[in-house]
Design a protein around this ligand. Structure first.
Ligand SMILES: *Cc1c(COP(=O)(O)O)cnc(C)c1O
Length: 416
């Protein structure tokens, strides 16, 4: 399988090259030349996650240097459960938060880290990854790349502007991870990363990024669209509607691939917060990216989603897409209602999906993606439900570690 650039003026490459490159040389995003369809009669059980991951990802690694390693990579990457929690027969929540940093980004980040480590061993190269983070991404990337051979990671976060628990997750590592508390905003951090990439004096560091446009993060996110819809299909005999809390639309894009490949998915519906770029686009037909607005579901505060270019490339995805926006007030009410009705605690992101599910009144199976554990957003959720949220053990381990970071001004030279 080859991957081409959405801007169509870069050579087509294998999955491994697309993953190492991140962005295509023409500035576009890598997309598969064609989307394979799978014969689900041969699919492993939805319970055997590494085997299912291998089954789903195999066509994309056909002919790749890592083709033979793929099963081992899946086995090493996906070591935690991905359960469907049922409110009732037709309404389930896909708990994507049982990984090391308690959010779905662990899937993509771990797969990416393992693939990159193996590729560097083969090519005898080294890489330095720069990540600017407003909270969740940096933690997942740091955890996934910690102690990996031949890879150094520099995490930049805006000092005093991430939550206390987020800061702890960003600063609990040593060895190959260095964390920088930048005196500035998230935009300043992103600007520093861009400037470092453009400075040819730094080329010997082999700088790269690990952000959500990387194919190595996108591909593994198809797998849980399969596992959850297959489980629901086995239990109800019906295709599921997926409701996906969205920001950069990586999860949604991956789920569209899964649907196209044959996963028993009826429809894909995006829930967003007050950042309504996609909702407005679907209404008006005119896309206009804009600055982001701060909301309670902060990992979805995206005004110009970076994976939109992939959705525009696969125009059939857009014709079948629905999206609804959920305000901060509605997020709070949704957290409360889900808790009262189902004794189940959701994070503010997941709450947007639950609100959309409630409004739609569908009479068929619906799966809401639970993108993060509520304990990561305890300052928002605990006052609403009037209850302390238990911290998952893996997350607690990170939160109790000693913090290591360097405070710097917003000058990228200080990172080296
Ligand atoms: C990143 C993130 C999202 C948004 O996911 P996209 O793939 O960027 O659309 C939603 N919820 C949480 C908790 C996240 O960390």
């Amino acid at each position: 399988m080859k991957f081409i650039s959405t801007r169509k003026s870069s050579p087509s490459v294998s999955a491994s090259v697309a993953i190492i490159n991140g962005l295509a040389p023409d500035g576009g995003l890598y997309v598969p030349e064609s989307i394979p369809s799978l014969n689900l009669n041969n699919a492993p059980s939805y319970n055997d996650y590494p085997a299912l991951a291998h089954f789903v990802l195999s066509p994309y690694f056909e002919g790749d240097v890592l083709e033979k390693d793929l099963y081992d990579i899946c086995k090493e990457a996906f070591t935690f459960p991905i359960p469907l929690h049922y409110h009732n027969k037709n309404e389930a929540v896909l708990e994507l938060f049982h990984g090391p940093t308690a959010a779905f980004k662990d899937f993509g980040a771990r797969f990416l880290a393992i693939v990159m480590e193996r590729l560097l061993t083969i090519s005898k190269n080294t890489l330095t990854i720069l990540v600017a983070t407003s909270g969740d991404t940096g933690g997942a990337v740091a955890a996934a790349f910690h102690k990996r051979q031949n890879i150094e990671v520099k995490v930049l976060f805006p000092k005093g502007r991430v939550s206390a628990r987020q800061e702890r997750q960003l600063t609990c590592y040593e060895e190959n991870i260095t964390s920088f508390a930048v005196d500035g905003s998230f935009d300043d951090c992103q600007k520093m990363v861009k400037e470092a990439f453009m400075d040819s004096a730094l080329s010997h560091h082999h700088l790269t990024s690990a952000n959500s446009i990387n194919l190595g993060r996108l591909l593994p996110q198809m797998v849980y669209a399969f596992s959850s819809s297959l489980e629901m299909f086995e239990k109800t005999g019906e295709k599921s509607t997926l409701i996906i809390p969205s920001g950069n639309v990586g999860n949604s894009c991956a789920s569209f691939y899964a649907k196209e490949m044959g996963a028993p998915i009826k429809e894909i519906i995006l829930s967003v917060n007050n950042n309504t770029t996609i909702v407005d686009y679907l209404k008006s037909g005119t896309y206009s990216g804009r600055a982001s607005i701060a909301t309670l579901a902060n990992a979805m505060d995206v005004g110009d989603p970076s994976n939109m270019e992939r959705l525009f490339h696969h125009s059939s995805f857009l014709h079948n897409m629905k999206a609804f926006s959920v305000s901060d007030e509605e997020i709070k009410r949704s957290i409360k209602e889900v808790y009262e009705k189902h004794s189940y605690i959701v994070c503010p992101h997941t709450a947007t999906g639950e609100k959309v599910r409630k409004e739609l009144h569908l009479n068929s199976p619906t799966i809401v993606y639970a993108t993060a554990h509520p304990a990561k957003f305890e300052t928002i959720v605990e006052p609403i439900i009037q209850k302390k949220i238990e911290i998952p053990p893996l997350l607690n381990e990170l939160l109790e570690k000693e913090q290591h970071f360097t405070s710097i001004t917003a000058d990228y030279h200080l990172l080296f």
